[in-house]
Design a binder for this molecule. Structure first.
Ligand code: ADP
Length: 160
């Protein structure tokens, strides 16, 4: 089973890593897809997000990272994936995630969306929260991989 895990990963958090690690144990191959989203103004460039994700998953042999533009369903098809992974944290994730899953299913019903439940300790965690905490120079080590914490320091170091 090949699975894709699409997202903005701006930046990757320990919540994402938890989903990636757990999915890598049930999928033969997991392709993490960083979406080029023109509607969102990212904090990190595509190259930075790619570098941070590659560094974060480098110890997991069946995970690779790619970038993609356009629709997730096409990204899945191009990679021969039968499964799209999404993470669910709180109940408010449910509505939009269900909407995306239904649209994807209507576009190609041979590709399934699988929802992974977040681990309890990451249920409050998002890239936005991590950016907020980093901006105010609070401890981010429990929220993001080390490479991301370092990158935050680089970004915000002189601004505060
Ligand atoms: P998007 O902009 O597509 O929501 P994100 O990078 O924010 O991209 O998230 C990618 C996926 O990871 C989404 O399915 C999101 O619900 C999930 N996710 C984000 N943070 C967590 C977390 N702390 N625990 C579990 N899943 C998460």
């Amino acid at each position: 089973m090949i699975a894709v895990y699409p997202g903005s990963f701006d930046p990757v958090t320990l919540g994402h890593l938890d989903i990636i690690t757990r999915t890598s144990q049930i999928a033969d191959k997991l392709i993490v897809g960083i979406l080029v989203n023109n509607n969102k103004q990212p904090m990190f460039t595509m190259d930075e997000r790619l570098m941070m994700l590659n560094e974060t998953v480098k110890g997991i042999p069946n995970v690779e990272v790619q970038t993609f533009e356009g629709m997730t369903i096409d990204f899945a098809r191009q990679n021969g994936a039968k499964v799209i992974i999404r993470g669910l944290r709180v109940i408010s994730d449910y509505e939009s995630e269900m909407q995306i899953a239904q649209v994807n299913r209507s576009l190609d019903d041979s590709i399934e969306t699988l929802f992974m439940a977040t681990s309890l300790e990451h249920s409050f965690l998002s890239s936005t929260i991590a950016k907020e905490v980093a901006y105010y120079d609070r401890e981010v080590e429990k929220l993001v991989p080390k490479i991301v914490a370092d990158k935050f320091r680089e970004k915000f170091g002189t601004k505060r």
